[in-house]
Design a protein around this ligand. Structure first.
Ligand SMILES: Nc1ncnc2c1ncn2[C@@H]1O[C@H](COP(=O)(O)OP(=O)(O)OP(=O)(O)O)[C@@H](O)[C@H]1O
Length: 278
């Protein structure tokens, strides 16, 4: 029973901060085959959640659920405090305006120039041409590609296309970024340049993010590095320290095999996780 004294104790500050994404008991099956079963987790403001797991375990399905692109069979999903599973298409459209998406295949429009691709959402929102151009240049500068503004996707390397895709995702100043395998299909050196951009976005803008990766190396690079704004480069945090805003979610056979911080993951005693991380 609560006492007068206990009710007077002020609640911790964190109680006032609403998570950006909340999954509660979410399940979904395709063709009677369960893909995600009773999944619950939340992502706090400013957090980067790295999603790992074997091929086909449901990582992309989880991300599509977070974006309201598909609906769960049961459970609820809240994004920015709103239940996306109950939203009308028009409200989902407004919600997605606050979300930046980076797809594995970059998903650029081949017939549009880099400038038109990056400005796509601004044009949809009827942003005046002059302002749109300034913002495109700024976003392309962020990813180090301002010189490619007049090129077409077919003239770019895979890594450059991925960088354009990141510029397109950040141009609206999103409150949440969903990265679906942003380094997929890239060589290790190019992958590192993409991870560096993700770290830069995390440490400069503190945008809440969900990031799927198949490469453990990328996941740990994200956790162990920070962006140095003075040098304009990513650098090791050092002394074995890790980024406090980066957490991990590992899926296996439709369930959460791990959800927590980097140190807990690397010191796990779970046999399956140890094998997966080896
Ligand atoms: N629209 C759909 N219809 C039927 N099955 C689907 C659909 N979308 C996903 N699946 C199935 O759900 C399972 C999980 O797919 P998902 O793409 O989320 O896996 P993943 O973990 O992202 O895989 P990968 O690491 O290979 O990208 C797979 O078996 C896939 O075939």
């Amino acid at each position: 029973m609560s006492t007068a004294a206990s009710t007077n104790v002020s609640e911790p500050e964190q109680a006032q901060v609403e998570p950006v994404v909340v999954f509660r008991n979410v399940s979904i099956a395709f063709d009677m085959k369960p893909v995600l079963e009773d999944i619950s987790f939340s992502v706090d403001r400013g957090e980067t959640l790295i999603i790992l797991g074997p091929a086909g375990c449901g990582k992309s399905v989880l991300m599509k659920l977070a974006n309201g692109l598909i609906c769960p069979d049961s459970g609820t999903i809240e994004v920015f405090g709103e239940n996306v599973t109950k939203m009308r298409e028009i409200d989902l459209y407004k919600l997605r305006a606050r979300i930046g998406m980076v797809f594995q295949e970059s998903a650029l429009f081949d017939s549009l120039s880099v400038e038109e691709n990056v400005a796509y959402r601004l044009h949809e929102d009827k942003v005046p041409e002059e302002e749109a151009h300034i913002r495109v240049v700024e976003a392309l500068k962020f990813v180090g590609l301002e010189q490619a503004i007049d090129k077409f996707p077919s003239e770019l390397s895979g890594g450059m296309r991925r960088r354009v895709s990141i510029a397109r995702a950040i141009i609206t100043g999103p409150d949440l970024i969903l990265y679906d395998s942003p380094t997929g299909g890239l060589d290790p050196i190019t992958s590192t340049t993409i991870v560096e951009l993700v770290v830069k976005q995390r440490d400069v803008s503190h945008t809440t993010s969900l990031l799927i990766t198949h490469r453990l190396q990328d996941a740990f690079t994200l956790a162990m590095n920070r962006f140095n704004q003075k040098t304009g480069r990513m650098e090791l945090i050092g002394n074995g320290a890790i980024d406090p805003s980066t957490r991990f979610l590992v899926l296996n056979e439709g369930k959460i095999a791990f959800h927590g911080i980097t140190q807990e993951l690397v010191h796990t005693t779970d046999p399956w996780l140890k094998d997966y991380l080896a």
